[in-house]
Ligand binder design. Structure first.
Ligand SMILES: [Zn+2]
Length: 76
């Protein structure tokens, strides 16, 4: 269990900080082609910046209850 603090990006394991930097540095067009994958289940994930109640981490684009990574409730 635990939050996803790393993911797979073009075959490499990268941290959420790195992913956020990649995303923030990408052009609008390039952003759409960015594919971050869960390093446990292989499903698409996206980086979420740190907030008041959580550190930066990855969330599944579509929730995956099968995955062993925990996802905190979304409080958007
Ligand atoms: Zn997963």
């Amino acid at each position: 269990m635990g939050l996803a603090l790393q993911c797979k990006f073009f075959g490499h394991i990268i941290t959420v900080d790195k992913a956020l930097a990649v995303r923030d540095g990408a052009t609008q067009e390039y952003k759409r082609s960015l594919q971050f994958e869960c390093d446990k289940c292989g499903k698409p994930v996206r980086p979420r910046a740190a907030g008041d109640k959580h550190v930066a981490h990855f969330v599944h684009v579509k929730q995956n209850p099968e995955c062993s990574y925990a996802e905190p409730p979304r409080e958007y």
